[in-house]
Ligand binder design. Structure first.
Ligand SMILES: C[S@@+](CC[C@H](N)C(=O)[O-])C[C@H]1O[C@@H](n2cnc3c(N)ncnc32)[C@H](O)[C@@H]1O
Length: 223
């Protein structure tokens, strides 16, 4: 491992409270990413030296926002951020399953390879979001990062969110302009959580108001 990645790993591990075993699985993931990156170009090359903070820790922070959630769906997973990081972390929860939707076959193959090497409980869907989401069953949490403007994410996820799924979308500074249409709809409760990773933006948390009322009665894992 290069010295800069090693320093970044130490920085990220200070941001994340994870077990030694989880950190070791993340290291397997990072090693595979570095190996595949040279031939498959899976993430922006300039972000690789900071893979631990920019990608692993940035993804990891979502788990604390839904500590009991077991079934997650990540739209446009790319090289697995945030969905594969979440899957590694929640691997020991009974019923844990993370759907990774990624239409690029080379990225989907990478996701399967990391899942095989780490035992992460994922289902990789090498298809388009709009074709997969309508067929999904009950989902606790829907995620996306660096995929599309919030109204589009919302359009893709609306059926799930209306049914009680918690939306957690990692966004950059563009969120100030994007959030208006969703924020104005009284059917949805939306708020913003400051990212713990340096230099990144905010996490948009969306829930249907009716579903929030249902949750008070105790019928959801995504608290
Ligand atoms: C900019 S990358 C972000 C990847 C990852 N979420 C991250 O933050 O590193 C967006 C990914 O979404 C995938 N994607 C875009 N539109 C999609 C769609 N309609 N269905 C499935 N995958 C899609 C692309 O192939 C790409 O890998």
């Amino acid at each position: 491992m290069s010295r800069s990645i090693e320093l970044d790993r130490e920085r990220a591990l200070r941001l994340m409270a994870v077990s030694r075993e989880t950190a070791d699985l993340f290291a397997i993931y990072v090693d595979l990413l570095a190996r595949w990156q040279s031939i498959k170009n899976l993430v922006g090359p300039s972000t690789l030296p900071e893979v631990w903070t920019r990608h692993i820790a940035d993804s990891h922070q979502l788990v604390a926002l839904a500590p009991d959630a077991r079934v997650w769906t990540d739209m446009g997973s790319g090289a697995g951020f945030p969905g594969l990081v979440v899957a590694i972390e929640i691997r020991d929860r009974p019923g844990a399953q993370v759907h990774l939707i990624e239409s690029n076959n080379r990225k989907a193959a990478f996701l399967r390879e990391v899942a095989r090497e780490t035992g992460a409980p994922v289902v990789v869907h090498p298809r388009r979001i709009e074709d997969v989401v309508p067929d999904l069953g009950a989902i606790d949490v829907l995620t996306a990062r660096a995929l599309a403007p919030l109204p589009q994410l919302f359009l893709w996820g609306k059926r799930l969110i209306d049914a009680g799924t918690l939306g957690l979308f990692l966004k950059g500074e563009e969120i100030a302009t994007e959030s208006a249409t969703v924020a104005e709809d009284p059917a949805y409760a939306i708020d913003f959580v400051e990212s713990v990773t340096p230099g990144s933006g905010r996490i948009v948390r969306v829930r249907a108001v009716d579903a929030a009322a249902g949750r008070e009665e105790g019928n959801s894992n995504a608290r």
